[in-house]
Each structure stands twice: as C-alpha cells, then as structure tokens.
Design a protein. Structure first.
Length: 184
C-alpha cells in the first residue's frame, strides 16, 4: 500500500473516530451559527472526512500505478469529494430529523386528574389501595384513596393527584337500580 492510500485511509479513520465520539459523547462541537442550529455539526464533519478518506483510498486502489503522485491525489480527492457530499447531506438530514423529532411531554401529577382506570387492590374508605390508570396510552399503577370502599375491579376516575404516586379516586361503576318492590 502506498503513502497516498495510507493518508486517505487515515483521514477516513479520523472521520469514523469523530462519528463514534459524537455518538458516545453527544454533541460536543457544533460549528456554524452561534445559536447551535447551524448546518455543520460533528456528524457532518465526520461524514465528510470519512467520505473523502475512504472514497479517496478506493480511488487510489483503482487508479493505474504508473500515474504520478499529483494526478493520483487530485483524482482521489475528486472521487472522495463526490462520495463525501451525499454522505454529509445524509448525516445532516438524519441528525436534524433526530434532533427535531417531536416528543410528548413528560407526564406529571397535573396530568393525572381526569384519568380513568380500575382498582387492582381494594381501596378501604379513608385508606389506601392501588389502581391501574390509563394515561397517554400507558398503563400506570398508583396508590389510591377514596371516600367510600372500592373493591378490586371497580372502574374509577381520578379526582385529584395527592402526590406524584397517590391519587384520590371515585367509582364510575353505574349505581344499581333501586328495587321498587313491584311484582317480580
């Protein structure tokens, strides 16, 4: 392997090392705009270096050996740049898409009021039991308190969040129809 190919492989290796560093250590350097929303992130630099390095090394391997060093380097740089630009564009688009991905807000006790669920451990009057609530598509288990006793399996509605882990609930089970004493 000649010195030109080795140099291009070293540049490609530096690109891979930067990519690993950006994945492991997070966004360490962000070049470009001062508001850290510029177009040149560490991932883009890594893709550029990797594309130029490995694309250039591949070009050196495919070029005839009797070509002098200056044209070999020029052609390898051209091939590396052609390989690097789509890689850098892809890294830019992917990192931007991941950074700007919409996420739901973190659930807090303010989200508990109005949630519906079911009693999983009986709730004595004035005491604590457990309920499983459906909140934002998640099944969550909370300690529950009620003014009236609620047996396991009773559907409930959260009136108030007492703490981050405890709620005050009321039953949503339909009341039985009163017996009017008529003929059976």
């Amino acid at each position: 392997m000649d010195a030109v190919a080795t140099a291009f492989l070293v540049v490609g290796g530096i690109g891979v090392a930067l990519l690993v560093l950006s994945l492991v250590a997070g966004e360490i350097a962000h070049l470009g705009a001062a508001d850290a929303d510029g177009p040149v992130s560490l991932e883009v630099v890594a893709a550029l270096l990797g594309g130029v390095g490995f694309g250039g090394a591949a070009a050196v391997a495919l070029l005839p050996e009797d070509l002098s060093t200056a044209p070999t380097v020029a052609l390898a740089l051209l091939v590396g740049a052609v390989a690097a630009l789509p890689l850098a564009w892809g890294a830019y688009r992917l990192s931007r898409a991941l950074r700007d991905m919409p996420t739901t807000e973190t659930l807090t006790r303010d989200h508990l009021a109005g949630a519906q669920g079911v009693v999983v451990s009986a709730v004595p009057a004035g005491g604590y039991g457990e309920v499983r609530l459906q909140l934002a598509g998640q099944g969550l288990k909370y300690t529950a308190r009620s003014d009236v006793p609620l047996p396991a399996g009773t559907p409930v509605y959260v009136v108030e969040a007492l703490s981050e882990t405890a709620v005050h609930v009321v039953s949503t089970a339909p009341d039985p129809l009163p017996d009017l004493g008529g003929p059976a």
